[in-house]
Design a binder for this molecule. Sequence first.
Ligand SMILES: [Zn+2]
Length: 122
Amino acid sequence: MALVPGSSKEAAATGLFGPYLLSEYEINHNLVGGDNGVYALGFTGKDGVFYIDRVGRSEKNLVDTLKKYEGMYKEFKFKFYETERACFDKECELFHAFTPRDNIAHPKAPKGIRLKCPVCGL
Ligand SMILES: [Zn+2]
């Protein structure tokens, strides 16, 4: 796997839907039928590969969370998950797989739940 400085190349499949343009219209249009979810923010390079600059999760409202990033990133990918645990597991998986440049710290477990990262055990 060749690493590109700056952004993390999506060499492996994220398992997320998208990419979509990070705009209010696209967010409203595509995020239907869920609340909790995981997202990846970045852009599609000239090589057609999605470069991930940030990953995260929302335990309440993924639509609102993504709208906060409008104007800061070009595109997004996402997927809804039923449980906080599923969101956390997926966020950790993406964090370790892509080490996005804007994720300075390891994802934090949901408040009030004792969960360990499925990848590093933190
Ligand atoms: Zn970890």
